[in-house]
Design a protein around this ligand. Sequence first.
Ligand code: C2E
Ligand code: SIN
Ligand code: SIN
Ligand code: SIN
Ligand code: FE
Length: 377
Amino acid sequence: MEKSEIKMEDYQYTVAGIHDQLAALMRLGKEISTETNIDRVLHILGDCAKEILDADRCSIFIYDKDKNELWTKVAHGIKEIRIPATKGVAAAAATTQETQIVIDAYHDFRFNQEIDDKSGYLTKTILAAPLINTKGETIGVFQAINKKGGVFSNVDAELLMLIGNYASVSLENALLYEKIKKSQMKLINKIATAAEFKDEDTSKHTKRVGLYSYLIAKRANLVPQRCEMIKITAPMHDAGKIGIPDRILLKPAKLDKDEFDEMKKHTNIGYELLYDEDDEMLKNAAIIAREHHEKWDGSGYPRGLKGEEITLEGRITAIADVFDALTSVRPYKRAWSVEEAKELFIKESGTHFDPKLVELFLKNFDEVETIYEELKD
Ligand code: C2E
Ligand code: SIN
Ligand code: SIN
Ligand code: SIN
Ligand code: FE
């Protein structure tokens, strides 16, 4: 298949539509440039290409080099499909890195009928463009199927390649972002747990505090992004304990006054450790580390903040942390029953804790117990 060239008659055919197509492309550029979620990226691109090319369906395949397969989650009217990158039109685009135009699928040697056989769909025309990353490697294929009222033209091919450029950049970014996010989440988990009883695996503890906090945030009707943020950052509340000596941290008895004063420093240590002016997540984590031992009546530490001087994040994490501490074994205490813990919140509502948040916490106590049961030590 030769690289497509634009023929004059194609232009005359599409000149009326070209304005709309350009407008759609501009919209696409704007929408896609900030999107980091792969599913969303694929959806936006697929919808856009469908509209611009007047195709019945569009799919973006991601090329899995290790398995030599193409897979997609987004295909209009189809669920996830996986195909070997050895046969079919999309595979040809992937391996040759050239756009493929098929005008009569069932009489074309490149066509792989298996997908139609499975889905009951009748493919007639196909346009498939390779998605190539900045290193020149194939990362996927952009495929449009069944042009409404005709066959795909060279102009369509050019347009798909243009959208394909967006798709390649967006997809590469999104794939990289997912990779970074995965390793970031691992790192967060390590930071969160490193501090706790150093040698023990307390990842369940930090996870639970994240989930209790998330639950309260949701029931307090915070916007989804803020809830998600709390879920990620609340587990880091005790990161500063990494700076507390083991003889205090692991003491199997009550702390004396000097020891407790030393222990209180974990809040400010955590803040200093995590704070980053340019990173929203770390900033948020730092604030939680500093404020999770503040109390509603102003008797907490390190700053003795009172009421709504304490951020909502700080007030939420205070509840989650204490609930989890009470219901867990510590070197210095036995685990309380869920009922005993509940009593403490009723008692300390309005003194230690924000009364409105305690109310939400207790109102949704069945969900609290579900997390407790599912993530038991
Ligand atoms: P932590 O063990 O994660 O406990 C977090 C918070 O849960 C405590 O903050 C406290 O508000 C609440 N909490 C935990 N256990 C109990 C309890 O038995 N009764 C009541 N009423 N509340 C409880 P706090 O007190 O500011 O302590 C901060 C951290 O200092 C604790 O984190 C723990 O690491 C350490 N710590 C506190 N008291 C002792 C102690 O007597 N011995 C030792 N070894 N460490 C202690
Ligand atoms: C192929 O790539 O040959 C199959 C096209 C399809 O129906 O999805
Ligand atoms: C500190 O600045 O690290 C100590 C403050 C405190 O008492 O928590
Ligand atoms: C509140 O105090 O309930 C809202 C304040 C905030 O959004 O931090
Ligand atoms: Fe703490």
